[in-house]
Design a protein around this ligand. Structure first.
Ligand SMILES: *Cc1c(COP(=O)(O)O)cnc(C)c1O
Length: 391
């Protein structure tokens, strides 16, 4: 079966199911099996699969115009940029097609700012161990997992890695050529590690003192996932540049990097561009997502549901201390550190009609649609209970 499907797809994923349809917070496979979705297409489908208003907005935009080039303004892109700026506390926005591209843009912006100040600047970047910023050459260069990077070197140069949540390790790497410090507000792929308040505020201070761009990657933890629209709101700080994607379009491929004017204004016409980025279809989705988030209080709901989920997972951890060693995360981005292989849990869950994700080497990750209700969380935890019971 999978042989047939893999005939013409480059083998970069070990896929299992053939998914054909989504409904509410459930997915269906080609055999009609139903799955409770605690992965949301990797933190993307925040509104689940049946939001009629969202779907109608896309259909309307398709009837209007799907694409025009970035040589022209469009109403959806101007409006979406205003929504994102307002929501993030940034001043200016550039839309991309993916998260990795948003990271590329953020890096270019930081380097351009440093270049304008001093054309001799080496544009060095400090990134974090166990970080994940995407698979393109620039994003990969700041991704803190050696085996993702090694086969593709040389990547962009001038990158050094500090320990996440260890301020001293960052301070040691700052030089006169440092142009940016890039990190996730909550490390996602690396194993669901939220930043400590001391760490983020400390980085903010280092960046202020040295006129370095603080880049926060909110591609996974942003858009309400942690119970705030952007996760850095938990910390009382603001980055200079931030990246967002995943749930930004709730399924339509779209990302963005946004910045405060001081940095954003370093870019001038010709410095950066994209054919598709921010096209009317993508930005119509963004506009509608922001509208629905506000109207339906999605972020507040995520905070409450996340608290409930966390308590339920804690109860499981207490029941199975030899299998579950820690629960951590924020809002509806939760990690369950396990002593077995996360892939085994994922497989057993699938067999019981539950989709969960993994992160790092020993973490089961939950990133459900933000509209998830307590009854779904109960269902998920009952299935996990059965799995650990049988182990
Ligand atoms: C997923 C992710 C990316 C990459 O996004 P793509 O859309 O897959 O390119 C970058 N940073 C973080 C934190 C992510 O979770």
């Amino acid at each position: 079966m999978s042989k047939k499907f893999d005939e013409h797809l480059i083998h970069t994923y070990n896929r299992s199911l053939v998914l054909t349809k989504g409904e509410d917070v459930y997915l269906f496979d080609d055999k009609g099996n139903k799955y409770l979705d605690m992965g949301a297409g990797i933190a993307v489908s925040a509104l689940g699969y049946s939001n009629d208003e969202y779907k109608q907005a896309l259909k309307d935009q398709i009837d209007n115009v799907i694409h025009v080039s970035n040589l022209y303004y469009t109403e959806p892109s101007v409006k979406a940029a205003a929504c994102l700026a307002k929501g993030s506390g940034m001043d200016k926005v550039f839309f991309t097609n993916s998260g990795a591209e948003a990271v590329e843009g953020a890096i270019k912006l930081a380097r351009k700012y440093a270049f304008v100040k001093n054309p001799e600047s080496k544009g060095e970047i400090i990134a974090m161990n166990h970080s994940f910023h995407g698979r393109t050459m620039g994003a990969l260069a700041v991704t803190g997992t050696e085996h993702y990077r090694e086969p593709f070197e040389p990547l962009i140069g001038g990158v050094s890695f500090a320990e996440y949540n260890n301020l001293e390790s960052v301070k040691k790497l700052v030089t006169k050529d440092t142009c940016a410090i890039i990190l996730e507000t909550v490390q996602g792929e690396g194993g669901i590690y939220p930043a400590t308040e001391e760490f983020l505020q400390g980085i903010r201070k280092i960046c202020d003192e040295n006129d370095i761009a603080m880049i926060l990657d909110e591609i996974q933890c942003g858009m309400g996932r942690t119970g705030k629209l952007y996760a850095y709101e938990h910390y009382g700080i603001k980055p200079d540049i931030m990246t967002t994607a995943k749930a930004l379009g709730c399924g339509v491929p779209v990302g963005a990097f946004a910045a405060v004017s001081k940095f954003a204004d370093a870019m001038c016409p010709g410095d950066h561009g994209t054919t598709y980025g921010g096209n009317p279809l993508a930005t119509a989705a963004v506009c509608k997502v922001y509208e629905i988030f506000e109207k339906e209080h999605i972020v507040e709901h995520a905070a409450k549901a996340g608290e409930y989920f966390y308590q339920k997972l804690q109860a499981l951890a207490q029941k199975y201390p030899s299998h579950i060693t820690q629960i951590r995360g924020k809002g509806l981005l939760l990690g369950m550190e396990v002593t077995c292989k996360p892939a085994d849990i994922m497989q057993k869950a699938l067999e019981k009609g539950l989709i969960v994700l993994s992160a790092g080497s020993n973490v089961v990750r939950f990133a459900p649609p933000l509209i998830i209700e307590e009854k779904h969380i109960d269902m998920c935890c009952d299935i996990l209970d059965e799995i650990f019971q049988a182990m």
